[in-house]
Design a protein around this ligand. Structure first.
Ligand code: SF4
Length: 60
C-alpha cells in the first residue's frame, strides 16, 4: 500500500508525521510529503484516519 498526500488540502499540522514518521515528513513548504512507499508498519491507516482535512489517501 502506498500513501498519497493531497497538497492542496494539507494544512501542515504534522499529525501524520508524528503517527507515521517513516512515511510522512513535513517539508519546508509546510506540507506533508510521502518519503517512503512502505506502509507495512500499519500506521498509514492511522495517519489517514487522523488527518483533520482528509488529505491522505491510500492506494494499492
Ligand atoms: S495530517 Fe493531514 S493536514 Fe496534517 S500534515 Fe498530514 S496530510 Fe497535512
Amino acid at each position: 500500500m502506498k500513501a498519497v498526500v493531497n497538497e492542496d488540502l494539507c494544512i501542515g499540522c504534522g499529525v501524520c508525521e508524528s503517527l507515521c514518521p517513516q512515511v510522512f515528513k513535513l517539508g519546508d513548504d509546510g506540507k506533508a510529503h510521502v518519503v517512503a512507499d512502505d506502509c507495512s508498519a500499519g500506521c498509514c491507516e492511522d495517519a489517514k484516519d487522523s488527518c483533520p482535512v482528509g488529505a491522505i489517501s491510500l492506494e494499492e
